[in-house]
Design a protein. Sequence first.
Length: 134
Amino acid sequence: MDDPSRMRISDADRHNVAEVLREAAGEGRLDLAELDERLEAAYAAKTYGDLVPLTADLPAKGLDLAGATAPAPVPATGGGAPVVGTRYNSSIAVMGGVERKGVWELGETHTVFALMAGVVIDLRRAIFTAPRRW
């Protein structure tokens, strides 16, 4: 497809934008009414073009259309075939909730912040990429 802004998005894309929006609200960049409005638009979005305006006015964390391709394969544990996983370095929830479950990549550290919210971290299918220290 020549225009990446017309590509369909996944639930993970919607959640990533929602996380950026919640973080911006936590920093005081968005008030709660604007956060609510943008979150509603993010979860209703169908294409990358729908998501870009939601984060375009936020510093250095807007949606990058250059990344509008399939995620790179992440090596599976146990020497199996590669699986696709999204890397999360943080989980931030402000008056809402965030879940990290299924196949996802976990680096050396993972920061969690919840303000009047909940965060669920399910490590059963997580892919640990940091070297073992034990």
